[in-house]
Design a protein around this ligand. Structure first.
Ligand code: GLA
Length: 363
């Protein structure tokens, strides 16, 4: 018997999956119409559905072992359920006839670490709805509906990077995305390199409020500069007339966009790594979204001889670091770095690749 059947009494009609993502470069640029370079990770979320004869939706999360009942008239209080609720409403607004459903969520995407577990849930839910109803939605449309669901119903004024990555990226190549036009192409990692993601162990407490505040600062800076978004600022010096912290925020966005475009053209791991290191400094000093523990972990990664570069990834305020490393050495690197991190009284863990995730931090 499937797990779905054990909860709901019948097997599901459809099951669809979507991956989390790690962003290699281009942080906080997406809501400024800029460039991003995420790659999908192996961990995925699966959403199974079956039409129900009852009057309420039933949504079960295996990770949380929690079942939530709701109707489309009133948002559920449980945070994980608001993502699915939002997707159902957005799909309905797009013309999908959404039946009452039993829904089952399974996921091994780490939650709250900056690897887009929410986008994976949204995209998987919309894919399942597409499969169930046969309604035609392409992958870009799915990403757009998922982003709207997150903004409208989960309260984060996010850009479209995570949902586009979950909907369109693969695990072998990064997705260079222009978030203004949604033009995109796949970009190979530099030869003989591999991606490592380590969790700092610091929960992203300020993520929602700090994130929305940064976004508001960018909008204010664009207004004062007379441009529609900061994507349109080409020269950092144009921001000189702005008051702080707006000047620094603009400096991050303009320099970060340039780093993404350079990284997408370079097939040299050292240069790619230097761009990642520069991104971290910019996120720490100009954008002010790092925390001391992330800085420590990034510094340990950067100091390792087999690491090309490292930086915080995702929104910041806690969460994970991404590093570009020499291929084949991820185990040694992560063991050494996590050992040093734990000797500072901090507890990290490997998030990507999941095959290394069993490594326990030394304590
Ligand atoms: C979160 C948001 C994205 C993006 C990143 C920062 O992951 O969901 O849209 O803004 O933060 O780059």
């Amino acid at each position: 018997m499937s797990s779905f059947e054990a909860i709901f009494g019948n097997p599901p009609e459809v099951e669809e999956r979507a991956p989390g993502r790690v962003n290699l470069l281009g942080e906080h640029t997406d809501y400024n119409d800029g460039y991003v370079l995420p790659i999908a990770i192996e961990q995925q979320t699966s959403v199974s559905m079956r039409r129900s004869s009852r009057t309420r939706y039933a949504l079960y999360s295996e990770t949380l072992d929690d079942i939530v009942y709701f109707t489309l008239g009133k948002s559920p209080e449980e945070h994980f359920a608001t993502y699915v609720y939002g997707c159902l409403l957005e799909a309905q607004a797009a013309g999908v006839e959404v039946p009452v459903l039993d829904i089952y969520i399974q996921s091994n995407v780490p939650m709250g670490a900056g690897l887009s577990s929410s986008a994976a849930l949204e995209v998987a839910a919309l894919r399942a709805l597409r499969a169930l109803t046969g309604f035609s939605l392409d992958d870009v449309r799915i990403a757009q509906l998922a982003q709207r669901a997150e903004i409208q119903y989960a309260g984060v004024r996010c850009g479209i990077m995570d949902q586009m990555a979950s909907s369109l990226a693969g695990t072998k190549q990064a997705l260079l995305l222009d978030t203004r036009t949604l033009e995109r192409r796949l970009v190979s990692l530099p030869p003989a390199s591999a991606v490592l993601v380590l969790d700092s162990g610091v929960a992203r407490t300020l993520a929602t409020s700090g994130y929305n505040q940064r976004r508001a600062e960018c909008e204010e800076a664009a207004r004062q500069l007379g441009v529609s978004t900061l994507r349109d600022v080409q020269e950092v010096s144009l921001a000189d007339a702005l008051p702080e912290p707006l000047r620094r925020r603009v400096r991050h966005i303009v320099s970060e966009n340039a780093r993404v475009l350079r990284a997408a053209e370079c097939d040299n791991a050292e240069e790619f790594g230097m761009l990642m290191n520069a991104s971290h400094l910019s996120l720490r000093d100009d954008y002010e979204v790092s925390v001391p523990q992330l800085d420590q972990l990034v510094a340990l990664l950067q100091a390792h001889p087999d690491v090309y570069g490292a930086r915080l990834t995702g929104a910041g305020f806690g969460g994970a670091c991404v590093a570009l490393c020499k291929l084949g050495l991820l185990q040694q690197i992560s063991e050494a770095v996590l050992r040093d991190y734990s000797s500072m009284g901090l507890k990290g863990r490997v998030l990507v690749p999941p095959t290394l995730g069993a490594i326990e931090p030394h304590s």
